[in-house]
Design a binder for this molecule. Structure first.
Ligand SMILES: Cc1cc2nc3c(=O)[nH]c(=O)nc-3n(C[C@H](O)[C@H](O)[C@H](O)COP(=O)(O)OP(=O)(O)OC[C@H]3O[C@@H](n4cnc5c(N)ncnc54)[C@H](O)[C@@H]3O)c2cc1C
Length: 459
């Protein structure tokens, strides 16, 4: 059968594919969009959207439990309706996923194919019984949860971020393996929704990529909510334990086992590239399966681009979307954009959240940059005091020689939003004294960022 010819084929409808399909089809290109599963990919179906919906439910419980602190008298403690928590989350997800599907099916010059795409050669892709060909192919296949090869993993039923979405109950005792971004968000949510929670982390501290004071403060507020944290857990193993599961640990302190009713594996994600036939298309991957790309996100096959998590140049919705912008601007406007121009930005959506931009203290030391750090406790931020949410601190780093802001770790209420003025300042290469002159709104967390810079000390 002769292939169906297109100007562009887009594999995957995560955070880059749909916007790219819309932009290319609007530019008059004939586009094929292929999706094997749910429209919208990880973020919409199993990632950002449902987890942040659950974070919101968990926050409501938290505030209800603390109602008396605010002078609000509830006759009894809050009762959690897990069916409603799930239903609310599902509704938000459904609306978003259906929106993406409707958008794709409604595009003027695009045809949607439902099924698993696989390269046949450098320019042809098979999906089901259809063969498509195009001069330009865009891979936006994202990733899936990593299931580590630890002893016993095949003998127990474990949860991943995907199966967590089906829970309509709070597990009596959830053991979360992995004390990093995804694991900690789930840990706090499920604790607030009624589970006992133990977090098991292989490294000596939580979120090991962050500075030590950040890890310690996060541990402190999680433990204050009754979450047990087991660090330095080398040699993990899993086995059935009655109706539940036992996780073998080799920690420095504490008992050698963590027992629970359920276990969630949150130890990372792998790119969904092993079943794409990349070798047939001359597309190279690195040892971990990430597709190799140049600065414009072109693969080793010049007609193919890789966008989003599958290229290993970001692991976020905003980096995947930025990949789309880079590729589309380069193709349609010859913009010469590069992924290397972006500054690392992200948040950890615990309560309180961590807002991050640029370099942290550890990275600055490692790079040997002469810098100073300003730090300010949330207990002295009026808005945090008024809200009754004073955990955490604001921390900003500046370069000695230029006065440029190098990065920040803001841990505290509203930090996922307040970090954005620093993001803009860093992009604008604004020297910190100028940043300090801007008038800010009172009372907000952001108004204390200039004050934080008054206490600069050498890193
Ligand atoms: C629990 C969790 C919480 C998260 N929270 C956040 C957050 O708060 N903020 C944030 O920025 N990021 C968050 N992320 C990360 C974010 O979800 C991802 O970075 C983002 O979804 C990456 O998008 P993508 O476009 O690369 O791919 P994906 O969104 O993974 O989409 C890939 C799509 O390709 C399809 N596909 C794969 N292979 C094929 C094939 N062979 N043929 C056809 N279709 C295929 C898949 O079905 C999928 O629909 C979170 C992730 C998780 C797991």
């Amino acid at each position: 059968m002769p292939p169906m010819d297109f100007d562009a084929i887009i594999i995957g409808t995560g955070q880059a594919g749909p916007a790219l399909a819309a932009r290319l089809s609007a530019a008059g290109m004939k586009v094929a969009v292929i999706e094997r599963d749910k429209f919208g990919g990880t973020c919409v179906n199993n990632g950002c959207t449902p987890t942040k919906a659950m974070v919101a439910s968990a926050y409501a419980v938290r505030i209800a439990r603390r109602a008396a602190d605010y002078g609000v008298v509830l006759d009894q403690g809050p009762r959690i309706d897990m069916n409603r928590v799930k239903e609310r989350k599902d509704q938000i997800v459904r609306k978003a996923a259906e929106g993406v599907e409707k958008w794709m099916r409604g595009l003027k010059n695009a045809t949607v194919f439902k099924g698993h795409a696989r390269f046949l050669d450098e320019s042809r892709v098979q999906v089901g019984s259809d063969v498509l060909s195009a001069g330009k192919i865009f891979v936006n296949v994202g990733g899936r949860p990593l299931v580590p090869k630890m002893p016993g993993v095949d003998e127990i039923a474990y949860l991943t971020n995907e199966s967590m979405m089906d829970l309509d109950f709070a597990p009596p005792h959830l053991v979360v393996i992995g004390g990093s971004y995804i694991g900690l968000e789930f840990a706090q949510v499920m604790r607030r929704l009624g589970s006992e929670v133990t977090v098991v982390e292989m490294m000596p501290r939580l979120v090991g990529r962050e500075d030590e004071d950040v890890s310690a403060a996060i541990k402190e507020f999680l433990e204050a909510e009754g979450i047990q944290v087991r660090l330095d857990a080398k040699c993990l193993s899993l086995r059935k334990d009655g109706d539940g599961v036992a996780v073998g640990l080799d920690c420095h302190d504490g008992p050698p086992l963590a027992r629970g009713s359920h276990v969630l594996l949150a130890v990372g994600r792998v790119p969904a590239t092993s079943d794409l036939g990349l070798d047939k298309a001359g597309i190279k991957t690195d040892a971990r399966g990430f597709i190799e790309v140049d600065e414009g996100l072109r693969t080793t096959n010049p007609r193919v681009w890789a966008l989003g998590d599958c290229n290993g140049k970001g692991a976020f919705t905003h980096t995947a979307y930025n990949d789309y912008e880079i590729v589309a601007d380069n193709l349609l406007a010859n913009a010469g954009r590069k992924y290397t121009d972006r500054i690392p930005v992200y948040a950890l959506f615990t309560d309180p959240p961590l807002g991050r931009v640029g370099m942290n203290e550890g990275e600055i030391r490692k790079a040997g940059i002469k810098a100073r750090v300003g730090k300010y406790p949330m207990t002295r931020v009026p808005r945090a005091v008024e809200k009754g949410e004073t955990a955490g601190f604001l921390k900003i780093h500046v370069e000695d020689s230029s006065g440029r802001i190098l990065g920040a770790s803001l841990l505290g209420t509203g930090a996922d939003e307040s970090v954005h003025s620093l993001i803009d300042a860093i992009y604008a290469r604004l020297p910190y004294p100028e940043f300090q002159r801007h008038v800010r709104i009172h009372p907000t967390v952001s108004e204390l960022l200039p004050t934080t810079l008054e206490s600069l000390k050498p890193v």
